[in-house]
Design a protein around this ligand. Sequence first.
Ligand SMILES: [Zn+2]
Ligand SMILES: [Zn+2]
Length: 276
Amino acid sequence: MTNTQKYSYHTHNNSLGIFDGQSSAEEMISKAEDLGFEEIGVSNHLCVHPHIPNRAHKMFLNDPVKALDIYKKMYDELEEVASRHKIKVYKGFEVDFFPSKTWRNWFEKIIKELNYDYLIGASHFIRSPDEKFMCNIYHLKDLPLGTTKEVIDEYLLGYWDSIYQAVASGYFDFMAHIDYCSVSGLCMSPEWDDIKWKLVETISAHKQPFEINTGGLDKIGRPFPEWKICDELIKRNIPVVISCDSHHVSQIGRHFDEVEKYLAEKGCKHRFKISK
Ligand SMILES: [Zn+2]
Ligand SMILES: [Zn+2]
């Protein structure tokens, strides 16, 4: 397909040996150029919170000063790599949002010091309402033994609350994989439908652009969010961007043709693009 989206703003790399990509910034940018992309956005994770389980991954940080230092070094490296390439490279972040005042203060102080182009809102954590306990959706096996279904359901509500409040915050250019908890089979039963419906309404009310994340097609056979939610948001004229959420060069632009075809069938006219 010739008119397939030729950019992705949701990509990761292994900068500084800290972030969770498998390829380097140089490899990712070169590959995007080889694929004939018009531009590429780099959105390594911004995961900083006083109660983040910081032993679970190097990029989970609970010291805002250390975090800022890491993000500055990552951007320095990125600028250096970008300067050697023709393709337009945007500097972004995929931000793990938390509603508390403490998190907002930390986040606002950090981003004020960074020369970023765009921000993607996300949540990868289930959590208690007070944010004192949180667990990455990929690390659910680390939940304390004997955690009851009631408690897990409360933590899942924390996930959805983070997504709602991220949309309402106005911080973000677009939202990542809004039903990401489905990657682990969570919140798939009909009892969660009301919450998803409310989210569709919240996104619509805020005219918050969202992504169709093609990583889901590889992981669970459908994108994030599920097609039904995509349909509802497209019907409401919410701007959409296709994201590959690449952590490896082989994933850049994955399934874009397939999603482009779907968007054409739905008559989608509202697309998100960074205009600078
Ligand atoms: Zn993500
Ligand atoms: Zn991502």
